[in-house]
Design a binder for this molecule. Sequence first.
Ligand code: NDP
Length: 448
Amino acid sequence: MSTAHQAMVEVFEEVKKRNPNEPEFHQAVKEILESLEPVVEKHPEFIERGIIKSIVEPERIIKFRVPWVDDNGNVQINRGYRIQFNSAIGPYKGGLRFHPSVYEGIIKFLGFEQIFKNSLTGLPIGGGKGGSDFDPHGKSDAEVMRFCQSFMTELYRHIGKDVDVPAGDIGVGGREIGFLYGQYKRITGLYEGVLTGKGLTFGGSLARTEATGFGLCYFTEALLDDHGDSFKGKTVVISGAGNVAIFAHQKATELGAKVVAMCDSNGYIYDKNGVDLDAVKELKIKSRKRIKEYVSIHPEAEYHEGCKGIWTIPCDIALPCATQNEIDEESAKILVKNGCKCVCEGANMPSTPEAIATFQENNVLFGPAKAANAGGVATSALEMSQNSLRMSWTFEEVDAKLKNIMVNIYKNISAAAKEYGMAGNLVAGANIAGFLKVANAMMAQGLV
Ligand code: NDP
């Protein structure tokens, strides 16, 4: 066993011991540590100076009670989190997730991944993540507002435009960001860019809403282009029907593909004529309804309960844009059998380690989340820049910067994989390139 391997195993065992019952966090750490073995072989100082041990430990974990009153006058209690994971290269940056499955392990895995993703954007942002086990489904606007106000009444003391700048994630879109921003402003009296994903009338950036989905497609197009291919004429399956999925559909279609399936957390639709995006936007964004109602608008389409079946639909390109671990080994094998040639991750950690191995063994072009979905946070950083400058760039300016960032991310991670003898392995390339910048900054700043 090499010394590097031994050192990484020891760090991983310690992580499991210190963070029991947090399988998602263990999964994210394991993947990074495995990818970094060739790096620490070459640079043993990252072990000797404690960088590996430090990077897996959050700088700060904030956990708080969120009391609010529902429309029937009943007191409800939720739990809120903000994990400020790493500030070596900039203020903490990362979304807030409101979903009943949220607990410390989910926020830790997301915050940990965010460190490397943010580093890959080339912009000065550290890694953090937050959220709550609050479920916005079925709540009135007034209930969501009261919850957001209560959440921010605690969170405001821990964040700031140069300290920590949260954004949206699952269950946190423009409506929630608006309520959170209003409460921050009211408590602090500051009109500052403390959140991103804001409305366009109060500091939001054009193209931020579209950024993660568009960026995912720019990254995928760069990967395909490097292999002499493109989206043109391809059949695409996209899971999810939220912010990322909807704008991935829009851009993939603009680039010449046909999207035939999408899903929400109840089930999936298959429309062989191509999913009508306006209908999905109307159902999921405007009316906050279930995707199954799509078949009442398009009776020729099919609706199936449960989400896993979406991966049985034959496609050339799969873009998982819903949630973690949504593609397991079985689904990955079916995708491969059905001829899928490219998988790029819009969601965070949507493929299990076994699924990733299946794609790699079968030469499926695979773009990992840290790189492929970094367009959202990159554009959030562009929103921070515009807020600091007190200026707004046009949609075209932001979109052009986003595209440039995504193409550069592809080039950088592809080069890093090659440099460390793993050409074509973008999982390793993303982990290595993301790590090196943060690790060098940590070394330069001493033990902090
Ligand atoms: P949204 O809340 O806007 O949408 C999430 C979508 O996924 C919804 O359609 C939801 O269904 C569906 N979904 C949620 N859980 C499941 C599940 N267990 N099975 C099947 N479908 C499910 O979130 P986003 O689009 O913002 O986020 C999606 C993913 O992308 C997440 O992993 C997030 O971390 C990641 N991401 C988001 C970024 C952003 O800028 N927003 C940036 C980078 C990554 P339903 O409508 O029923 O709730």
